[in-house]
Design a protein around this ligand. Structure first.
Ligand code: NAP
Length: 249
């Protein structure tokens, strides 16, 4: 099953790997042209680009640290100049630097807040003008279940993801009359490089906290994004969509 994004253009941050890559490919599969950013993984980003081109889509890649507002403006300007419009922004780039607060350095706090939360401000600000001019747009932020539930060892990460929820609702209110929708997808435990670092005992503990009893795949998140990007969700804004096997209950 697929929602149609025929003729739309989109930008996905941090899409060289994991959930971002699955989102970029799902948006392409639905008919959109896709631009993506990455921080370090140039070869992986080129591979995603090649897969999109093989589907018959236009695809651009940008090396862009999501922390930089200047770079966000450059990326969006270049994209709009090349493709004429930008319909969908997915703020996906994110990192973890987990530790208990007594051991957390100021740098670990700042890195996570800047990469996960300031980046959302950077890219959302950069797309607001073209989307308002078009009188159409969809901004989709990738939060996390821990932004709602909290998690020991993730004060920085949980705060960044909770901040994204407040940001999403506020921007949704600012842009609603312009037909620009802003929503958040809150994944639970999804198998990617980010979660590969966890040991067997932690994995078992997580699985037992998931009502559906198993982790999700990046594609589960990508399908929720495809829906929020499409006209099928034309009357949905300011929503937090949990895709987590029931974890947030
Ligand atoms: P991942 O496999 O570690 O991939 C992270 C992606 O973000 C990579 O493409 C990486 O690019 C990019 N990135 C990291 N720092 C960046 C920066 N400063 N500027 C630009 N791009 C940057 O992570 P993931 O599991 O797919 O997570 C994606 C999103 O989902 C994150 O926001 C994460 O918080 C959220 N999430 C994940 C889970 C989960 O269980 N996996 C659960 C809830 C929420 P490079 O390859 O160049 O480093």
């Amino acid at each position: 099953m697929s929602f149609s994004l025929e003729g739309k253009t989109c930008l996905v941050t941090g899409a060289s790997r994991g959930i971002g890559k699955a989102i970029a490919l799902a948006l392409g599969a639905a008919g959109a042209d896709v631009a993506l950013t990455y921080a370090r993984s140039e070869d992986a980003a080129k591979d995603v680009q090649a897969q999109l081109v093989a589907m018959g889509r236009k695809a651009m890649i940008f090396q862009a640290d999501a922390v930089s507002g200047t770079r966000a403006e450059e990326v969006v300007n270049e994209l709009v100049k090349a493709w004429g419009r930008l319909d969908i922004l997915v703020n996906n780039a994110g990192i973890t630097k987990d530790t208990l607060i007594m051991r957390m350095s100021e740098e670990q706090w700042d890195d996570v807040i800047e990469t996960n939360l300031k980046s959302v401000f950077n890219y959302s600000k950069a797309v607001v003008r073209p989307m308002m001019k078009q009188r159409a747009g969809s901004v989709i932020n990738i939060g996390s279940v821990v932004g709602v539930s909290g998690n020991a060892g993730q004060t920085n990460y949980s705060a960044s993801k909770a901040g994204m929820i407040g940001f999403t609702k506020s921007l949704a209110k600012e842009l609603a009359t312009r037909n620009v929708r802003v929503n958040l997808v809150a994944p639970g435990y999804i198998t990617t490089d980010m979660t590969d670092k966890l040991n067997e005992a932690t994995l078992q503990a997580i699985n037992s906290a998931i009502p559906m009893g198993k982790p999700g795949n990046p594609e589960d998140i990508a399908m929720a994004v495809q829906y929020l990007a499409s006209d099928a969700s034309a009357y949905v804004t300011g929503a937090v969509l949990h895709v987590d096997g029931g974890m947030a209950m």
